[in-house]
Design a protein around this ligand. Structure first.
Ligand SMILES: [Zn+2]
Length: 269
């Protein structure tokens, strides 16, 4: 068994503010960066203990240069920085055969009160709707896993996202580490988070075959941009439609075409 692990940061145990996720503010960043690495290491150890031969780790927050590989188990490979392909936080999933996807440090969707850092991809939108559902990076990346027929077996992050994940994939194993309220979070102890993530990863690796992602026949995305002029500019993506001056809409039956749309319309660039 080979596991693909995508590691974000805004759902790491204890994180509550943007400076804690940014390399440019090391006094805030370093403790959360260390905890992020510990959580990824725990998920890898659990998978390996359950019989996985290897875990492919995609560092997928911001610079994608957050994790310290020296602190991860030896039976891993790690992809750092960004190749520039539309798979984004899942880059590498289509390059070889994987048996399970794990998400660590993931966070709630734009507009969700369950995490002070909730957002969906770029910080330029109020909401992203996908087939009428408020859309998280977890949902986008789960459909990418589903597109390549790889089950999504583990999620760690804030409690709001863990609750959502169970509605999409009932058999998924989750480890909620933070509960958001307003601008605050309440977290479990970082050591307890690490212990729970290692144990959950072991369970998730054995249950992966039950965690296939249900793929819709058709995808309709609407992005509610903060600024009308950004929406206007992005609406020139081929096939996109501008609605009510600030929603950019796109339809496709093919998930890869939605990813390509997201790559140009929902990414930071
Ligand atoms: Zn992030």
């Amino acid at each position: 068994m080979k596991v693909f692990l995508s590691a974000d940061m805004e759902g790491t145990c204890g994180v509550v503010s943007w400076p804690e996720t940014e390399r440019t503010t090391p006094m805030d960043y370093t403790p959360i960066q260390k905890q992020m690495t510990r959580e990824v290491a725990a998920a890898c150890k659990g998978a390996l203990a359950a019989g996985a031969e290897e875990v492919f780790v995609k560092d997928s927050h911001d610079s994608a240069r957050n994790l310290d590989p020296n602190l991860l188990p030896r039976d891993i490979r790690i992809n750092r920085s960004w190749s520039g392909d539309p798979l984004s936080m899942m880059s590498g999933l289509n390059q070889e055969k994987f048996d399970a996807v794990f998400f660590t440090g993931y966070h709630a969707w734009a507009g969700c009160p369950g995490n002070p850092l909730s957002h969906t991809m770029n910080g330029m939108n109020n909401h992203v709707y996908l087939n009428g559902v408020l859309c998280s990076e977890f949902l986008i990346n789960s459909y990418t896993a589903g597109y390549y027929s790889v089950p999504v077996a583990l999620l760690t992050g804030d409690a709001a996202l863990c609750d959502f994940a169970k509605t999409l994939i009932p058999a998924i194993t989750t480890v909620p580490v933070n509960v958001g309220r307003g601008g605050s979070t309440t977290s479990i102890h970082p050591d307890v988070a690490v212990e729970r993530i290692e144990a959950a990863a072991k369970v998730a690796a054995t249950k992966a075959s039950q965690c296939q992602v249900p793929m819709p026949d058709h995808f309709h995305m609407e992005i509610d941009f903060f600024k009308h002029h950004v929406a206007y500019s992005k609406s020139f993506y081929p096939g996109a439609v501008l609605k009510d001056d600030k929603f950019v809409c796109f339809d496709s039956d093919d998930w890869f075409e939605m990813l390509r749309f997201c790559h140009f319309v929902l990414s930071d660039a």
